[in-house]
Write a protein that binds this ligand. Sequence first.
Ligand SMILES: *[C@@H]1O[C@H](CO)[C@@H](O)[C@H](O)[C@H]1NC(C)=O
Ligand SMILES: *[C@@H]1O[C@H](CO)[C@@H](O)[C@H](O)[C@H]1NC(C)=O
Ligand SMILES: *[C@@H]1O[C@H](CO)[C@@H](O)[C@H](O)[C@H]1NC(C)=O
Length: 565
Amino acid sequence: MQVILCISSTLFAIGQIIHMLPRQMNYKQVLWVLPLLIVVSYIQNTVAINSLKSAAQLSFDGSLSHPVEAIINSAKEGFDNMKRMQSQSYVVAHDEYIRRYGVEPPPGFEAWYKFAVSNNSPIIDEFDTMTKNILPFLKLSGKDILETMSALQDDARSETWDCTFSAREAQTSCTHPYRSWDRHISWMFDTLLGDLQLDLPSIRFFVNHLDEPRVVIPPQLTTAKQYQDQRFNITNLSHQPVYKTIVQPCESHKNRYEIDKGDALTFGLPFVTNSSSAIDLCQHPEYETQHGLIMSPVSFNLIEGLVPVLSTGTLSTMADILYPSPAYLESEFQYEKSYDIPWDDKANKLYWAGSTTGGFATDDNWRNYHRQRFITLGQNLGYGQHSYLQKSGGYIQRIKSSILDRRLFDVSFTRIFQCTWKQCKSQRNFFSPKSWAHKDAALRSKLVFDIDGNGISGRYYKLLASKSTPLKQTLLKEWHDDRLIPWVHYVPVSQSMDELPELVLYLTSTQRGQQRAQEIAEQGHEWFRKAFRTVDFSIYTYRLLLELARLQDPARDAIKVNAPL
Ligand SMILES: *[C@@H]1O[C@H](CO)[C@@H](O)[C@H](O)[C@H]1NC(C)=O
Ligand SMILES: *[C@@H]1O[C@H](CO)[C@@H](O)[C@H](O)[C@H]1NC(C)=O
Ligand SMILES: *[C@@H]1O[C@H](CO)[C@@H](O)[C@H](O)[C@H]1NC(C)=O
C-alpha cells in the first residue's frame, strides 16, 4: 500500500516538474525514466522476496526438515525430563543438593522445601544459577563476610543499598549513603516475603540499584587470606570499554577462546543450541565489539573482590548474586489478558519498538551496540548480505542474498538518547525513529523481539506470558535461567543475529515453522502461569535468604568448596 502511494506521489511530482520546466527543453521527457526505475526495482524486489518465500516452503514443508526442528525436539525432551526429575521428597531434595553442590543445604532447607511443595512449585532442584553464584563466597568465613559487608557500607562509592530483612517484623528496610528512592527494592522484598512468617534470623544484604552488574572476582586472588588486607577495589568504568577487565576470570578457564562453532547440522548459521555457552564471554572474544554494555556502559561501577552483592542481571564472568528484578512485579510491565488477541488475529511478522538504551554513545561505535545492530538488520540499513537455507539438488544449502523482507520486520527506535549531542544527531539521521508506540503494540504480532537494554529487559515477562512468540537476545544471566528453556518457552537469538533473517522467514512463511512458533507461544504462556507466579518469586527469594543467612553466620567457618574463587 505504502509503496503504491509512494510511487504515485513520485509520478505526480515528476509530472509537475516536467510541466514547470521551460518548453524548449526537449529532453525533459527523459525524467519519466526515473519513476520507471523505481517501479522496476520495486517489482524486482517483490519477485525476489516471493521467490525466497516459496523456496522456503518448497524446502521445508516437504520431506526435509529445517535445522531448528531437531533443536526444538531435543529441547522439548530436555524440558520434559527436567520436570519429571524434580525431587519428590525432602530426603531426596536434600541429597540432590549435596550431589549438585558438594555441601550440605543451608539451615532451614526443610521448611523451605515444605513451603515450595505446598505452593505447587514445579521447580525444586533447579537452582544452579543461584547456588553456584553463592559457593565461591563460602570460602570466606561468616565473620569475614560480615567484615567485608561493613567495609562496603563504609565506602561512599559502593553505590549499593544496605538492606536488612527482619523476619519478626516481616519487613525489609534499605538505606543508602545519599539516595532516598530505592527503585522498589524494599517494596519487592516486602511483597514477596511479607506474609510468609519465616523462622529466620535478621539477614543483611547489599543490593545494586544500577541496571549494570558490579562484581568481578579477580583471578589472582586464590586464597581467602589475601582478602584480609584489602577486601575490594571500586573503579568507575562508566562510558569505557570493559571487556579486558571483565574477562580476567577467563584465565582460569580451560576453554578460553575455545569457540563453540555449533555443529554442521546448522549449516554455518549460529542457531543457539546451548544458551550458557552462547553468553559465555570466555568463548566469544568477538563480544568485545558487539554489545553496548561491554563497549560503553552507561554506568559501570566495578567492585573487584569477594563481595556478595545482589543484582538483577550479570555477565557470565561476573559474580553478582541474582534476584528477580522489581520491574517484573511493577504494574507497567504486567501482562493484561484484555490487551492480547488470538494467535490467528496477530500480524505474521516480528515486532520491536524501543529506545537506544544499552550503551552510551560518545563516538561512532554505537553502530555496533546490540540494539543498534538489531535495528540496522531489521530495517536492512546495512545493505549487507543475509544467509538463507534452501533445498538444492535434494540437500539443504546456505545461500547469500541482499534481500530482506521488510514486511516481516516491524522494528524501530522510538527514542534516541544516551549519546553526546553529535552522536544523537547522527543516530537520528541514520535510524529515522518513529515517534511513539503503544506499550502493548507488540501483542498484535505473532513474533515479538526482546533484547537487553542497559541491563535486563523489564518487558520480557509480558511477552512470555502473552500468546505471541518471544525471540530473545541477551548476554545476561538472570535468576530465571534454570527454569526457562530455550526453544520450548522462547526462541533464543545469537549475538551476531546472522541466523535471524532465515529464522524469521521459517517461522512466518512455512507451515511447519508457523506451527512451531505457535507451539512455543502456547508453551511459554502456560509455563509462565505455572512457574512465574508471584509465589514462585517468593520461593526463589526465600531460598536465597537461606543461602545469605548461612553465608553471614558468624559461627560458620570457611568451607572448602569445589568452585573457582
Ligand atoms: C586492588 O588494587 C590493588 C592495586 O592495583 C591491588 O594490589 C589489589 O590486589 C587489588 N585488590 C583487589 C581485592 O582486587
Ligand atoms: C563515573 O563516570 C561517569 C562518566 O565519566 C560520570 O558521569 C559519573 O559521574 C561517574 N560516577 C561516579 C560515581 O563517580
Ligand atoms: C553448554 O555449554 C556449557 C558451557 O560451555 C557446558 O558446560 C555444557 O556442558 C553445555 N551443555 C550441553 C547440553 O552441551
